[in-house]
Structures are given as structure tokens and as C-alpha cells.
Design a protein around this ligand. Structure first.
Ligand code: NDP
Length: 480
């Protein structure tokens, strides 16, 4: 059994209460470890540690902070195999994906912000012959970073790295569902020479420790990634406390396929966009709209391609489709498939839980599922399922495609597949989403703003946006 500990004031410690939660491997359904069920008492220790570290870290030079973060990125690279295996066991995702995406990008996030913070500059505004204004950008102080289970270490580092790089001290909570890599990461922080108290990682449930973190008066900013209803709850519970807030929430992303697309490449990439990580990426394209003239041809090619996805034990190198993250989540996904049927949906492929053999016999596997014949405004097409389920629908014009894409409360990402430049520009401008990919999906440049509109969130992460979020601007005006 693997016992996870909190990382507070530079040390690995058990929760004050001694209470633990079970940690389950989704591919086997077996409990394989325990997680601290942290509460207010652990939070007090973490806040005290952060407060003690705050002044020194804020006054450490950007170069030294950057060097420590680089050490950390190097240690992630050096331990990539162990971390990828741990992520695959904890989350159910294929080990190859964990290695190539999750762990690779965790190191890349940290390295990127280690460098970016040394290039970060603030503005000045001259008032001709009257005065000069310049903007100081100081760290905020103690900030909270709360992350979800779908890309555990990747999204955890995406928040922590910019916060630390610009001199904040951090209290971070990974999802209780996937705590293992952030636990291993805390050990790497010690090895990398991160001063004690600068980063504190407290494990436990959103209800116990997460909700206590967000309302703690000494925590001045919250960077949260997770579901829209949790984001709304956090916004409500902190209303009137005037904390700086970045909320990266759910998505129900449209994929628009036009008749003039590069057909084979589009089929391959649209399948990947729908089913990567078992459809558990906030950016996955789960509403697929296809121009009517190629609808039948695309549908057949799409289903054929889906059938080639290699489902298997996440720990096998060739597996492309692993387990869903928990039994509860699997039941939610299966319930949406049942709902789709009652809404008139026709299951073209998939639709069932998969009974695996051997080690994974009790795991949480669901077939990649494609549904057609649904109205755009039914619940299946409106609500975030966050699993290996997508719907396909025909459209007749650019205007209709845009209306279908925008006819949803979410607005995180979108992808458009066409060779018509004018159309691509036009749709990119008018689509209600924070991220638009043209003829690609999940092509990420860490300098670009990342986040959504409508119910997909408030604020942006990535590049300068993140460095600005984690600093407090102060304008100084000097009269000539
Ligand atoms: P949740 O909203 O359930 O949880 C996210 C994090 O918040 C977890 O660490 C959770 O802890 C914690 N939490 C739960 N309740 C509270 C609370 N009251 N106060 C403070 N923290 C709390 O999301 P999931 O983990 O289920 O992740 C899936 C969701 O995340 C999907 O909706 C997906 O779209 C979204 N997401 C958005 C992304 C984006 O960039 N926009 C990227 C990735 C995912 P615990 O799990 O321990 O209860």
C-alpha cells in the first residue's frame, strides 16, 4: 500500500487528524494506497509555513528562483518513467500518453515559466512633459492552486510554476482522485532545493480542505481548474472577500468539419480530439458538426477509425484507450449514454462498459462511443459528459455551423477543419470560445492565452497572462 503524505514547510508529514482516504487504481478497481484527509488544522500549518517563507522568496532574485525551478524541471525529466507509470496507475490513462504528454509537459511548464519570469517586464506610460508612470508588479503573497484529476501533474504544474516564478508562496491541492504524482513531485521539490514553506501541498477532498483554502483570509488569490459548478460554488463562497480569481472550468467543445477539409488527416485528428485521454480533456471536441455533402462518407470513415483505437491495460505501451478515472465517473458517463438513447440518439459504435480480462477485470473501462440523430439542444449535446462519448450532426451552411457551435453555454475550445482561408478567419472571429484551432487540435504554444468564455471560466492562464495574474500591479506616477 502506498501512503501519501502532505508536503508542508519542506517536510513530508501526515495529516494532523491522522485521517486518510483510500486511493484506487481505476484500471483494476483495487485500493492501492491512502491519501491524507486534510482539514483546517493542516491548512493552518501550511498557511503559517507559507507566511514565514513569503518575504524571503519574494526577495530572492528572479535568476535564483528560475534556477531552482529549472532544477525541478530537470528532476521531472530524470524521473519521467517513474512519474508516467504513477500517473497511469493513479488515473487510468495510457502510460504512453502519460509519458509523452502529462510528464513531458509538466517539465515543460516549469521550464517555460522559469525562463519567462526572467523576461517579464512591466509597463511605463509617459505623460509628455508632465509625468512618468511606471507599474510595479509585485508577487501577491500566499496563493491557492487547485487542480483536477484529468491531467494531474500537468495542470498542477501549469499553475504552480508561474505562481512560484514571480515570487508567490503557494498552497496547492491536487484532486483527491489523483494525488500520486503531486506527492512524488513534492519529494522532487525538496531535492531541487526549493526553500521550505514556499510550496505546500495539502491532500484531501474539495469539501474539507479545498473549501477551507478558498475562504482563508490570508490566501489572496485562487487559481482553480475544475468543473463549472465547483467554480460557481467557489465564486459564491468567496464573494465579498475580493480575492483575485482565475477560474478554468468545463467545456463542451464543437468540431466543425467542412467538405473542403483534408479528409484523411481530419478524420484522424477529429477522432483524437474526441477520444484522447478517454475523452477526459477539457479541450476534447465532443460535438462534431459535419457539412452535409460529406456527412455519410465522414461518418463511415470516422467509425472505422474509432474501431482501430487500441483499448487495454494502461500500463501496456501500445494501449491508446485506458480506464475512466473512477467508478463514479464511469457511472456518470454510462448514464449519459442511456440519456442519449432516451433523447432519440442512435449509437453508431460503442455505448457499453467494457469487461476486460485478467488484471483489469474490475476496471472502469467504457467503449469509445459515437452517437447521431440528436438535436443540438438536447441534454446530451448541451452538458459536459467528460468521457469517451461524442455526437455527430450534419449542417448545411457556414451560418448554421456557427449557430450550432455557439448554441451552448460553454465556450472553452473549438476546432475548424477547412482549406477556405476566408471561412476560417470568419469563423475564428465569430465563434464563442477562448481557443480556436484551425486544421489542428491541442497544438499548444505555452506563450498563448489559455481559458474560456461563458460558463467555461473567467480569466486566462498561460504566458504573460499567468505572470500578470500572479502579480499585483501598482502604478507609480512621478511628476517631472
Ligand atoms: P471538480 O470541480 O470536481 O474538482 C476540481 C478540484 O477542485 C479538485 O481538486 C477538487 O477536489 C476541488 N474542489 C472540489 N470542491 C471544492 C470546493 N468546494 N472548494 C475548493 N475546491 C474544491 O473537477 P474534476 O476534478 O471533476 O475535473 C473535471 C472538470 O475539470 C471538468 O469539468 C473539466 O472540464 C474541468 N477542466 C477544465 C479545464 C480548463 O482548463 N478549463 C482543464 C481540465 C479540466 P477533489 O477532487 O479532491 O474533491
Amino acid at each position: 500500500m502506498k501512503k501519501i503524505q502532505n508536503y508542508i514547510n519542506g517536510e513530508m508529514i501526515d495529516p494532523v487528524s491522522g485521517n486518510h482516504l483510500e486511493n484506487t487504481e481505476p484500471a483494476t478497481g483495487q485500493v492501492y494506497g491512502s491519501i491524507p484527509d486534510s482539514d483546517d488544522k493542516d491548512l493552518i500549518m501550511a498557511v503559517n509555513a507559507a507566511e514565514n517563507a513569503q518575504y524571503d522568496w519574494a526577495n530572492t532574485s528572479a535568476e535564483i528562483r528560475s534556477k531552482i525551478l529549472e532544477n525541478l524541471a530537470d528532476l521531472i525529466d530524470a524521473n519521467a518513467d517513474e512519474l508516467a507509470r504513477a500517473e497511469a496507475i493513479d488515473n487510468g490513462k495510457p502510460i504512453s500518453l502519460a509519458k509523452q504528454v502529462d510528464i513531458y509537459r509538466s517539465a515543460a511548464n516549469i521550464r517555460f515559466f522559469a525562463h519567462a519570469s526572467t523576461q517579464f517586464s512591466s509597463e511605463s506610460h509617459s505623460m509628455e512633459n508632465t509625468a512618468i508612470n511606471f507599474t510595479l508588479r509585485d508577487p501577491i503573497g500566499i496563493v491557492a492552486c487547485i487542480s483536477p484529476w484529468n491531467l494531474p501533474l500537468y495542470l498542477f504544474t501549469w499553475k504552480i510554476a508561474p505562481a512560484l516564478a514571480v515570487g508567490n508562496v503557494v498552497i496547492a491541492k491536487p484532486s483527491e482522485v489523483t494525488p500520486m504524482t503531486s506527492y512524488l513531485f513534492s519529494k522532487l521539490c525538496i531535492q531541487a532545493g526549493l526553500p521550505k514553506g514556499v510550496l505546500n501541498i495539502v491532500h484531501g477532498t474539495g469539501q474539507n480542505i479545498g473549501s477551507a483554502m478558498v475562504v482563508h483570509p490570508k490566501i489572496k488569490a485562487i487559481s482553480f481548474t475544475g468543473g463549472t459548478s465547483t467554480g460557481a460554488h467557489i465564486a459564491k463562497s468567496t464573494a465579498g472577500m475580493f480575492k483575485k480569481m482565475s477560474l478554468e472550468l468545463g467545456g463542451k467543445n464543437p468540431t466543425l468539419v467542412f467538405a473542403d477539409c483534408d479528409f484523411e488527416e481530419t478524420v484522424t485528428e477529429v477522432v483524437r480530439a474526441a477520444f484522447a485521454n478517454q475523452g477526459q480533456i477539457c479541450l476534447c471536441g465532443s460535438r462534431i458538426y459535419i457539412e452535409r455533402s460529406i456527412y455519410e462518407k465522414f461518418k463511415q470513415a470516422f467509425i472505422k477509425k474509432v474501431a482501430t483505437i487500441k483499448i487495454g491495460d494502461p500500463l501496456e505501451q501500445e494501449t491508446q484507450h485506458g480506464a475512466l478515472v473512477s467508478e463514479q465517473h464511469m457511472q456518470k458517463v454510462l448514464s449519459y449514454i442511456e440519456l442519449a438513447k432516451t433523447e432519440g440518439g442512435k449509437i453508431l459504435t460503442g455505448g457499453n462498459q467494457i469487461k476486460m480480462n485478467g488484471r483489469c477485470a474490475n476496471g472502469y473501462f467504457v467503449e469509445p462511443t459515437v452517437i447521431e440523430n440528436l438535436d443540438n439542444f438536447c441534454r446530451t449535446n448541451q452538458e459536459e459528459i467528460f468521457g469517451p462519448v461524442c455526437t455527430i450532426m450534419p449542417f448545411d451552411s457556414d451560418e448554421e455551423a456557427l449557430a450550432l457551435a455557439n448554441g451552448n453555454e460553454y465556450g472553452l475550445a473549438s476546432s475548424i477543419w477547412t482549406n477556405d482561408l476566408k471561412r476560417a478567419h470568419n469563423l475564428a472571429k465569430n465563434i464563442e470560445a477562448g481557443i480556436v484551432w484551425i486544421n489542428c487540435w491541442l497544438l499548444r504554444d505555452l506563450r498563448t492565452p489559455f481559458g474560456g468564455v461563458k460558463s467555461s471560466g473567467v480569466g486566462r492562464e498561460g504566458g504573460l497572462e499567468a505572470l500578470r495574474f500572479f502579480t499585483e500591479p501598482k502604478n507609480v506616477c512621478i511628476k517631472y
